[in-house]
Design a binder for this molecule. Structure first.
Ligand code: GLC
Length: 399
């Protein structure tokens, strides 16, 4: 790898670093995203771990510092609220943080750090927070005990306007961004009216069991189980491993059809058959058999009518009516989704395809810089500038 790229990533992480009291965290982009976000901070920990494990630990410790009493960790922390006109300074019905969460990548970040420096004390210090967080997801987000974790707002998936949520929101596949934003703001009001009480909010307003969220949960519970084991909590270790297996089984039963895992919505698990990068998320948690994985990659990932564009991987299949190469989560490439797919491919030994994705991601960054997303047809950079997720390229290049 060019030392140059490694240095550039580090400079970006330092430029976006902020402090509040004893807390240290990183902004995804200082102009466009001036707060701390949940899954972003997990990506930051993964990136920082390649430079300095202490900084990676600080990132996660500041993330968990605002945990709610019920165990939820909010997806946005407004450490230093900016001016009132900032559209991300949303009224979530409380001060200082949002009231929803994001994909639970924290155990993954913690485990990566532990792999580097074997610091048991760090595991012990962060364990109570993550224990309660995953327990919250298992208890509050699965009121019917079907072993699938629900989200109560599309933003909890991290893919705000993804077409996976159109049906549940009652929007058409060719909606405008304005229509989507208006509908999501209405949902926040509805969420406030049900006081973010997850079972109640999900039943009444928006109830999606999302494939990437649940796949991330499966792998993270497995790692949480290993973390528990390391610090001598044998009972917890068995419990979390069991929960991971239960979600895997439920996903196979309720989401899998013709080789594809589909997100579902509503109480009766209606499948949302919209092809997005999310169909590859189960590879990340190694939930498919070798045969199933091979078929998925051959028929869909490497299919030029679906995901194998000149600049892979679009977040939405080219032949889906919602595909829009400039549509935020409705088509553009995001380096984090490439990273998830890259890791998933390596789980199954698909080294060549993984290598192609790594090279393509590196080229996008070298050509257009650390942009938020990239156009999958032209490779052009789009959205926020100096956006940290590009730093995940270091984790692809060094592993
Ligand atoms: C956007 C993304 C979300 C991310 C946030 C901060 O809202 O959709 O996934 O966490 O920006 O980068």
């Amino acid at each position: 790898m060019s030392q140059d790229l490694k240095t550039k990533v580090y400079e970006l992480m330092l430029t976006n670093r902020r402090h509040k009291g004893k807390h240290q965290y990183t902004l995804p982009s200082s102009n466009s995203y001036p707060y701390q976000w949940l899954w972003d901070s997990c990506f930051h920990a993964i990136i920082l771990n390649h430079y300095n494990t202490e900084d990676a630990k600080k990132e996660l410790l500041s993330l968990v510092a605002n945990q709610f009493e019920n165990g939820m960790i909010p997806h946005m922390i407004y450490w230093k609220p900016q001016n009132k006109k900032d559209f991300q300074l949303i009224n979530w019905g409380k001060e200082g943080t949002s009231s929803i969460t994001q994909p639970p990548m924290i155990a993954y970040g913690v485990w990566e750090i532990f792999q580097k420096d074997r610091d048991i004390n760090f595991l012990k210090s962060i364990y109570p927070y993550i224990y309660h967080f995953y327990k919250y997801l298992l208890n509050e987000r699965d009121p019917h005990e079907k072993h699938l974790i629900g989200i109560m707002n599309p933003d909890e998936s991290g893919e705000d306007n993804s077409p996976r949520f159109d049906l549940a929101l009652g929007l058409s596949p060719t909606q405008t961004l304005q229509e989507n934003t208006k509908r999501r703001f209405k949902l926040i009001k509805q969420n406030i009216s049900c006081r973010f009480d997850a079972p109640f909010c999900m039943r009444n307003f928006f109830w999606v069991k999302d494939v990437p969220f649940n796949s991330i949960m499966v792998l993270n519970l497995r790692l949480l189980s290993q973390i528990a084991q390391k610090i001598g909590k044998k009972g917890d270790a068995i419990y979390f491993e069991k929960k991971s297996d239960e979600i895997t089984k439920a996903m196979r039963e309720l989401m899998l059809e013709d080789g594809i895992f589909w997100s579902t919505y509503g109480e009766d698990y209606k499948k949302i058959k919209v092809k997005t990068w999310g169909i590859f998320a189960p590879l990340f948690a190694k939930m498919l058999t070798q045969r199933e994985a091979k078929k998925l990659v051959k028929n869909h990932l490497l299919n030029k009518k679906e995901f194998w564009t000149d600049y892979p991987i679009p977040t939405v299949s080219l032949n889906d009516p919602s595909f829009d190469p400039k549509g935020f989560w409705r088509g553009p490439i995001w380096i984090a989704t490439n990273w998830f797919i890259y890791k998933g491919l390596l789980n199954y030994g698909f080294k060549d395809v993984a290598e192609d994705i790594k090279r393509s991601s590196e080229n996008l960054i070298q050509e257009s810089g650390f942009r938020e997303q990239f156009n999958p047809l032209t490779g052009e950079g789009q959205g926020a500038q100096n956006f940290t997720w590009g730093g995940l390229i270091i984790d692809m290049l060094e592993n």
